[in-house]
Design a protein around this ligand. Sequence first.
Ligand code: PLP
Length: 414
Amino acid sequence: MSSSIYDLKVMINPVRGGQKPDYFSRPEAEKVLRFHQTVPSYRPTPLVALEELAGKIGVGGIYIKDESERFGLNAFKALGGTYAMARILGRKLGLPEDKLDFGYLSSLEARNKAGAFTFVTATDGNHGRGVAWGAAQLGQKAVVYLPRGTARPRVDAILETGSEAVVTDMNYDDTVRLAMQKADENGWYLVQDSAWEGYTEVPAWVMQGYMTMIYEALEQVNEKGLKPPTHIFLQAGVGSMPAAVLGFLVNDPAIEQIKAVILEPHNAACIYHSAAHKDGKRHAVKGDLQTIMAGLACGEPNLIAWDILRDFSYAFVSLEDYFAARGMRVLGHPVGSDPRIISGESGAVGAGLLTLLMEKPELEPVKDQLGFDEGSRVLVLNTEGDTDPGNYIDVTWNGKYSLPNGRELTYHLD
Ligand SMILES: Cc1ncc(COP(=O)(O)O)c(C=O)c1O
């Protein structure tokens, strides 16, 4: 059970604004995209408008960016790992960042010049799979550490790339410290998707890599003749992905007013917890971080990400696991002619929250505070597919993590 007595905790960010992060500007995103386009399996992931669902729940639009199709890896994460590894190799080879080419970096010539690299990382699954896959494609080695309790299919997906995968007896944050120690001991390159004092360059590259997802999404909104989104749901682990996406959005005058709502599971809500302190600083949450949203089970916010999320998020939300399960069922069982989307625990939480907010009368004050009405157009990033297939079946077939029956959902609004 969660430690929270509320199903949902919501905090509207009282002060928004600050220095815009030039690291996440459109010109930077274009360099990243150009690199990703050189990855052989690159193609833009789909953006689908769920028109019938939008009509049914009473919003103006629901746009799902479906990252379950990214590079055939079932999650968005390889966007970051591949870009960071390319930057590391590019530096060794003296290549400027706008000349990075995946084909060249994986060529025999480049490997002979750059030498053999071992990349190391800690992961709850998706990031490590991306690093392992990218390293294998680049003809380099990867060693991946995973926290205790990692679902077996996530470990197997890493082993299948030929990389080493080690399940520790620690939680996520301690596993990151172990990976850092192994990098120091062995002269390996740490490719971590979080930043802390003294370790910011590589994670900033990882975060830049994620911009391809939002860059493509906005292009697709335009191409399809859709109206721009008014809201975006951003699910946070350490906050790298949401901060990269939000950093990009606030740099774009056409969409900087979008309301970004940060979502986290109660037991790992380090961004919410940091915001709740109201001192502008990062604060960790401790413990085993238990949640079905494995990708979000992180207790320590990314140093770079926190400043962006603190300054530009519209609201912070912490919630129970069954919001994610609800989203998995909703997206897997479409209304009318809407397409079916396979969405895993960390990918589905936005859809789960949106449908419940619009449906449950007891959540109306929350809906109003977040500014949802019949004109709202919501961008949801389905950041993963069924990365834990056993749990996917348990949730969608067997009704695991169902809504609490016979009582109203409770919330705390700050
Ligand atoms: C599927 C999925 N969604 C969202 C996230 C959150 O990303 P971040 O940890 O950068 O906040 C992760 C992180 O691993 C993830 O795997």
